[in-house]
Design a binder for this molecule. Structure first.
Ligand code: GLN
Length: 465
């Protein structure tokens, strides 16, 4: 609050909070700011933020939560980090995550799992604590914001990695349109779906940081050529001009009654406020998880090739080049990463390419077409919807002990079911906290809009927050 708290006080308060909740393991690296350093320049005036550890940060370790990159110190900032720093943001630290962003729980990190602050008993030891998962893979960023260790944080969303942890930790989580924010300096998982995303405590803040970061970047060939107009939100947002679609395929059998109730209740709230709420169909979206697995593993197989200990990454030992390579990669990568490299290379084999990879690309096109069809016409007065309202996750956060019963792949399949389709099609999505469940955990809902329509997305998000 301007006028009442000075910046060094804000910074000191965040640092203190970070210390108080350090058992949650949200940060891999904390940044040291020299005493007396002027952190009050720019419109953000020194505001502290967290950066997921898969964004390159100049002079600060960037590990991707992997032994492979434990010692990697980039020589440049990712574009989005650079823009935030230029606006006066202060990096508090690099946040913990699933290794190379492959996961849905933030439990597969070389630095240990991230724990949710919700119902965490700080008086108990780790072994006695039956803690809840944060969702993933950007769990560290979600915890950093939920606990007040920083004001906002960067995450990355390839299949739901911003929206899922935001939902389970009770923060706002925005995944903008693919191409609206630059990927330059964000270490790749699946290039055609990776999207920089933002964790905040309010929708207004999400709009503020989105506006600072959006815009064409010549350093990212997939960055949109046109400039996304700045999002402007009113004090109170009205929704009576909007058409809200409820996709019938999202009523899956695994959906918990509590999430379903919140979803129905919110659809009713839109209706009461004068919006038109209609049922829509996205028939192919439920194939997106299988399709994603094939396409993203293919990208992983290629992207991980650079970690050979010569160009990048942990250098192994051995008497020949191949021994050294095998030794470095055996020690450097965790099991999930190794499995995905193998799967990706299998799908890309000459004899398998048509059978798997090409089919997955075709299904991706069908999924994109589903989204195009429901949104079609909304800007020209046609019959399309402006927004889709859906759950983010099938239930509230699971306990760690239950979550780890399944393997990484099944966990992702279960957790990304409502978030992954937006990455397939590139559309923007946002997770907004709605209420607290009977068990005392956050319940959140998702809104999705047509490409580059962050304005309408955030307007409606402000209405429901
Ligand atoms: N859970 C998915 C995966 O592991 C998506 C992760 C993400 O969005 N980064 O690949």
């Amino acid at each position: 609050q301007e006028g009442t708290v000075s910046l060094p006080e804000v910074y000191a308060a965040c640092t203190k909070r970070m210390q108080q909740v350090k058992d949650l393991n949200a940060f891999i690296t904390t940044t040291n700011h020299e005493k007396g350093q002027d952190i009050s320049q720019g419109s953000l005036a020194g505001l502290p933020f967290g950066v997921k550890d898969n964004y390159c940060t100049k002079g600060e370790k960037t590990t991707c939560a992997s032994n492979m990159l434990k010692q990697f110190v980039p020589s440049y900032n990712a574009t989005v980090v650079e823009k935030l720093c230029a606006a006066g943001g202060t990096i508090m630290g690099k946040t913990n995550m699933d290794e190379f962003a492959m996961g849905s729980g933030s439990v597969d990190s070389a630095f240990g799992a991230v724990k949710s602050p919700w119902k965490y008993d700080f008086g108990k030891s780790e072994d006695e604590n039956d803690w809840y998962i944060t969702g993933g893979s950007s769990g560290g960023s979600a915890v950093a914001v939920a606990t007040g260790s920083c004001f906002f944080a960067l995450g990355s969303d390839t299949g739901g990695s911003v929206r899922s942890p935001a939902a389970l930790c009770g923060t706002v989580g925005l995944k903008p349109t693919y191409g609206a924010l630059s990927r330059h300096g964000l270490i790749s998982l699946a290039n055609a779906m990776d999207t920089p995303g933002i964790f905040t405590r309010s929708v207004d803040d999400a709009a503020l940081f989105f506006n600072i970061m959006s815009g064409h970047d010549p350093l990212d060939s997939t960055s949109a050529q046109h400039t996304t107009p700045n999002v402007k939100l009113a004090e109170v947002e009205k929704v009576k001009d909007l058409v809200i679609g409820i996709p019938k395929e999202y009523h899956g059998p695994q959906l918990s009654p509590e999430i379903l109730d919140a979803w129905d209740w919110m659809a009713g709230k839109f209706s009461d406020a004068g919006a038109k709420v209609v049922s829509v169909s996205l028939p192919n979206t439920m194939h997106s998880i299988q399709c994603y697995y094939i396409l993203s593993s293919g990208d992983v197989a290629s992207n991980m090739a650079r970690y050979d200990g010569i160009e990048f990454g942990h250098r192994g030992s051995g008497s020949s080049f191949s021994e050294m390579l095998a030794d470095g990669r055996t020690a450097g990568f965790g099991n999930t990463v190794k499995q995905r490299i193998l799967a990706g290379n299998y799908f890309l084999l000459k004899q398998n390419y048509t059978k798997y990879y090409e089919q997955a690309l075709k299904i991706r096109r069908l999924i994109v077409n589903d989204f195009r069809a429901v949104f079609a016409g909304n800007s020209t007065g046609g019959s399309g919807v402006d927004l889709l309202l859906t759950p983010v996750s099938i239930s509230t956060a699971a306990r760690y002990s239950d979550f780890i019963q399944a393997n990484n792949r099944s966990r992702c399949a279960e957790h990304d079911i409502y978030t992954q389709p937006a990455n397939m099609s590139g559309v923007p999505g946002i997770s907004v906290p709605i209420k607290i469940s009977k068990e005392g955990l956050p319940v959140s809902l998702q809104l999705m809009a047509d490409n580059f329509n962050e304005q309408t997305l955030l307007r409606a998000a402000k209405f429901i927050e």
